[in-house]
Design a protein around this ligand. Structure first.
Ligand code: C5P
Length: 244
């Protein structure tokens, strides 16, 4: 049975999308609903894990029995992950982390151009541009940290790492690149161009890609069922390290 197979384990799940502030009232965001991550957190809780749910702003209620760490930005999500990583057994990054953030955040609400006047980033035609800078890749950085020689290593024991990839084309090729770059145990690849899979849907159609090149094609199922399938595959990775 699955019940209790994560007892005594500490797991971190990230969920939702990040909000990258432009000014006090605006942000750059994405369509992530948080449903997949919340399902993962609830499933791990039901199997006995201590669950830390690092979540971007979503419209879902806090799950009971889960330690919820709300964050807004990618930088805050990275800080939260780093805060809990040292004694975690598993990190599942299902969050849609913004790849870019505005280079600066305006302290006051940006006003539209009143006739004649031109503000920062505004052209005569009424165009407006925002300079973006790249956010750190949370999983990518961890791969570097965990690969560093022992002196530089954090106190992490082997941490099982699972990533997600939402793609609209070349699903397998893009997913394989991410799997390698981020050095994950496996990657859950999601074709978000399907109407029944991905952002905001109740169901998901995913492929699981492993470091050894294996690919598993799971049928369309509820996000709760996908969560159970994912934990089913994480648990054996935990027992392997226990024996080693
Ligand atoms: O490269 P891409 O953003 O498509 O990779 C997706 C995976 O990497 C997800 O698991 C996501 O949570 C994670 N990610 C990350 N840090 C970022 C962007 C994505 O850890 N800055």
């Amino acid at each position: 049975g699955r019940r209790g197979d994560l007892a005594g384990r500490r797991v971190i799940v990230t969920a939702g999308g990040t909000h990258e502030p432009i000014d006090p009232v605006r942000y750059i965001g994405n369509r992530s609903s948080g449903k997949m991550g919340y399902s993962l957190a609830e499933e791990a809780r039901d199997r006995g894990a201590h669950v830390i749910l690092v979540t971007g702003p979503v419209a879902l209620p806090d799950p009971y029995g889960v330690e919820v760490q709300p964050v807004e930005t990618a930088l805050q999500m990275r800080d939260a992950v780093h805060r809990f990583i040292a004694d975690a057994d598993v990190l599942i990054m299902s969050a849609a982390v913004a790849d870019f953030r505005p280079a600066t955040q305006a302290t006051q609400k940006i006003k539209k151009r009143s006739s004649g006047a031109q503000g920062r980033g505004q052209s005569e035609e009424g165009e407006f541009s925002i300079e973006l800078v790249q956010n750190p890749d949370i999983l990518g950085e961890l791969a570097q940290i965990l690969n560093a020689p022992p002196a530089q290593k954090t106190t992490c024991q082997r941490l099982v790492r699972v990533g997600f990839a939402a793609e609209t084309e070349h699903l397998v090729a893009h997913a394989q690149t991410k799997l390698q770059q981020k050095q994950l145990d496996f990657l859950v690849a999601n074709d978000v161009s399907r109407s029944d899979s991905g952002f905001g849907t109740e169901t998901n159609k995913v492929l699981l890609l492993y470091a050894d090149g294996r690919i598993e094609d799971l049928p369309l199922m509820s996000k709760a069922s996908v969560a159970a399938e994912i934990w089913d595959r994480v648990v054996p990775l935990l027992s392997v390290q226990e024996q080693g």
